[in-house]
Write a protein that binds this ligand. Structure first.
Ligand code: KG4
Ligand code: ZN
Length: 343
């Protein structure tokens, strides 16, 4: 089958509604448009995501978001025609109501336009942000750090990987979000903690680095969250500087664990490329620390980190993943699957 050149991607796994058009040739992927509408501001009022509310917002924005992605990609849209070769959509994991919005829309478009429909695993999809305007090669160590997942995988080829380990409880992003909530900060907490951490002392509080010395590639962040709960309880009248110092100390603890395990995996499997993906990869302290440690650990280790806007959920990496893993499915057979995992 000839690989399609122009792919429309659709992503609605959590609280974002995103549509993107990519143009691909050989190993080169170019972004023609990437529109993301988020209900995070609304969710922020409630301190986290209310699944039904997220899906309702996605129902409102899915059509305008797709229209905007098409009109940015094709100046003549909607006339004379829209040269889409295939449609890619996030199949799972995620919130079922949210996933259904994207999957059912993609099925309708694929059926009406008579175009191939490619389901994409959201977590594998995240890694493909590294292929947009770039060309990593295999084998590579993949670190996925998002709101719901923290996983290390050995990427052996497109669609071929070995699971090395993951979190046994909370994900790294979840730990940022839950601790931010404890500190009275809005959702999503990661970006806010990162901002405050810049003015805080990362050594102010001696927080645990759970499982940092364990002889495996698993993680655990719920104990760290408990340590933050205990610290907050010991300071009933926290100052602004307290919040900044605790943010910096929390960020440092999460970064230390993620960096140590990722470099250990690269060393163990003698891998020269590391691919980071997921919303937490937008964290600058993490990426700087990883680059520093990688350089001293192994001079040829090459680090791939997507730009921050491609780290968080968006349809550009979904379309890119579909291009490199082109396995279309009959629209009538595609079903959203909230429980997909990498393990
Ligand atoms: O990948 P993503 O957009 O959505 C999921 O698939 O989960 O990741 C969202 C997560 C949230 O937990 C958010 O707090 C975190 O990524 N995040 C960050 C930063 N930007 C987003 N965490 C730390 N530092 C950041 N700059
Ligand atoms: Zn995600």
């Amino acid at each position: 089958m000839i690989k399609p050149k122009i792919i429309l991607g659709i992503e609605t796994s959590c609280d974002e509604t995103s549509a993107s058009v990519i143009k691909a040739e050989g190993d080169r992927v170019q972004l023609l448009s990437n529109i993301v509408a988020s209900s995070a501001e609304l969710q922020s009022k409630y301190g986290g995501i209310i699944p039904e509310q997220a899906a309702r917002e996605q129902l409102k924005s899915i059509i305008p978001v797709i229209q905007e992605a098409l009109s940015q990609a094709f100046p003549l849209y909607p006339k004379p025609y829209t040269p889409i070769d295939a449609i890619a959509v996030t199949q799972g994991p995620g919130l079922i109501g949210s996933l259904l919005v994207g999957v059912e829309t993609a099925k309708v478009l694929a059926t009406i336009w008579q175009k191939p429909l490619v389901p994409v695993h959201h977590l594998m999809g995240h890694f493909y942000a590294n292929w947009i305007d770039n060309s990593p090669s295999f084998p590579a160590i993949g670190l996925l750090i998002s709101g719901g997942h923290t996983d290390l995988v050995l990427l052996q080829g497109h669609g071929k990987y070995r699971y090395l380990g993951g979190t046994r409880d909370d994900a790294a992003g979840e730990c940022f979000d839950k601790c931010a909530r404890l500190l009275g900060l809005p959702y999503p907490g990661g970006p806010m903690i990162a901002k405050l951490a810049k003015e805080g002392n990362p050594k102010a509080f001696n927080l645990p680095r759970p499982m940092i010395h364990s002889d495996d590639f698993d993680f655990s962040f719920s104990g760290l969250k408990t340590a933050v709960v205990n610290t907050v309880q010991n300071y009933p009248n926290p100052s602004e500087q307290f919040t900044k110092d605790l943010s910096a100390s929390l960020e440092a603890a999460i970064v230390d664990v993620l960096v140590k395990k990722t470099i250990a995996a690269a060393k163990k499997y003698n891998i020269e490329h590391i691919l980071v993906a997921g919303g937490v990869a937008a964290n600058q302290t993490l990426t700087e620390c990883l680059a520093r440690v990688a350089k001293t650990a192994h001079p040829v280790l090459k680090l791939f980190i997507p730009p921050p806007n491609l780290c968080t959920d968006n349809a550009a990496y979904i379309a890119t993943a579909a291009y490199f893993n082109f396995n279309p499915l009959d629209p009538s057979k595609l079903q959203a699957n909230p429980n997909l995992s990498l393990a």
